[in-house]
Design a protein around this ligand. Structure first.
Ligand code: GLU
Length: 294
């Protein structure tokens, strides 16, 4: 028998920071919302360190994340998960997508992309202009030959992928039922030139692999979820429920950023502030001066 208590025990939520800087108040809020959902419903709360970008991830930031979460009293279940230990899983999935014909090699450099933007109007996307699809139009034989010798990334051919899956939907517990629109972010990179895997592919595989039932994260990643839903369909993965929470913002309405030291948790921790009190305040909607939620 599946009682509601049983269903509640099955809830699995995660906090998945990237160790490329110090956590700030926005991360404390995100971790608190995720953990409260898990704990309130008798579920599990996992900590996954998204350290796939070897160039930007640093062990001292991993150590600071663990210290900050302990200071905040946001305890997690089981061992800390590291994406850097799962590179084979990501490579196997990328191979599967290549075999399906929904990835193409892209030879564009950063300066090529900049020049394209300067040259004329681009399709705007939630995170800036979307990739115009230049390398999608290369003849397959030429692309294959160039890929043997030239550095390249692998992009998702969103239109071709959607043609194989048909219309998609996903549920956001705050924003309601969503029709899938992965085209809004354009042909995103799934395997970068300089890293083994990109965020979109790794996070989708791990949320499925870790049995995450509820993905809790900020509204800044809302557009990404459309891409993740498409990847789930392509890779036969389950679709969790999503909850995209509002973001903490500074006086100018901007998102808090890792480079803004004033909102850093480590600074507060080392200044002797109470992490427990901070979480109590965030939970009640009490924010430090100049910080608001929207
Ligand atoms: N690692 C991502 C970040 O730190 C968040 C991933 C997610 O919650 O999906 O921005």
């Amino acid at each position: 028998m599946t009682s509601s208590a049983q269903l509640n025990r099955d809830i699995v939520v995660r906090f998945a920071p990237s160790p490329n800087g110090l956590l700030h108040l926005g991360h404390a809020y995100a971790a608190m919302v995720a953990r409260d959902l898990a704990r309130d419903r008798g579920g599990r709360f996992l900590l996954r360190i998204e350290d796939i970008d070897g160039g930007r991830s640093r062990s001292e930031f991993v150590a600071a994340i663990l210290e900050d979460l302990r200071w905040l009293g946001l305890d997690w279940d089981g061992p800390v998960i590291f994406q850097s230990e799962r590179l084979e899983r990501y490579a196997a999935a990328a191979d599967r997508l290549k075999a399906k014909g929904v990835l193409y090699p892209c030879f564009c450099s950063r300066s090529d992309l900049r020049q394209m933007q300067e040259a004329g109007p681009q399709t705007p996307g939630p995170d800036g202009p979307v990739y115009p699809g230049t390398c999608r139009h290369l003849a397959p034989e030429l692309a294959r030959k160039r890929a043997l010798t030239e550095p390249h990334s692998w992009r998702l051919d969103v239109a071709r992928a959607m043609a194989t899956t048909g219309p998609l939907q996903w549920m956001d517990d705050r924003h309601g039922l969503q029709a899938g629109h992965p085209e809004r972010l354009g042909d995103v990179i799934l395997v970068p030139k300089e890293a083994p895997v990109a965020y979109h592919l790794a996070v989708t595989l791990d949320d499925a692999g870790d049995g995450i039932t509820h993905v809790v994260r900020g509204d800044d990643l809302f557009a990404s979820t459309h891409v993740h839903r498409l990847l789930q369909a392509l890779l036969d993965l389950p679709t969790p429920v999503y909850f995209h929470h509002p973001l903490l913002r500074d006086e100018t309405g901007g998102k808090l950023s890792k480079s803004r030291k004033s909102a850093s948790l480590s600074v507060l921790r080392m200044a002797g502030a109470s992490g427990y009190q901070l979480i109590q305040d965030l939970r009640q909607g009490i924010f430090p001066v100049g910080i608001s939620l929207s």
